[in-house]
Design a protein. Sequence first.
Length: 180
Amino acid sequence: MIEDRLLILRFKRGSKDALQRIYEKYLGFLVTLAAALLNDVNTAEDIVHDFFVMFAQSAERLRLDGSLKSYLATCVANRARDEMRARRRQSVGPDEALSNQSESRGPELAAVCGEELQQMAEAMAQLPYEQREVMILHLQGGMKFTQIASFESVSVNTIRSRYRYGLNKLRSMLNTEVKR
C-alpha cells in the first residue's frame, strides 16, 4: 500500500507523526490478533504496546521490503508465541488456567462479543496452539500460507495441514455445541 510505504519512509527519517499514524492505523488489528492468539485481551494489549515501544526505537535499523501490515503481524505473533512459551514454563495447573482464562475475558468482552463469537473464541482456544496460530494469521492477519511457512520455518504443506486440521476440529466442536 502506498500510504504504508510513505509512512515507513517518513518514520525512518524520524517523523513522530508517521509513527503515530502507524500506531493508530494498526493498533486495533494487532490487539485483535494477539488477543486471538493468547485468548487474553489484557496481555495482548501489553504485548502490542511493548512491541510499539521497541518498534519506535528501531527506525534507523528497520529494513522492510514487504507489507507493513504483515511485518507488524509477524512481530506481534512472535511476541505472543514467546508469551505462550513463558506460560508453559510456569506450568500452571488446569484449574488455575481455566480461572485465569475466564477472568481475562471480563465483562467488557462479553458485552462486546455476541454469544456466537464467544463460542467461536472458546473453540479456537481449545485448538492446539500451532493450528490456532496458522488460522489466526491467515484469517485475521491476512497472511498467505507461504508467508506463514516462512515465518514458522516449516513447509507450506505443514501450514496447510495445520489449517485444515484446525478447521475440521472447529467444525466438529461447533457442530457439537449446536446439537446441545
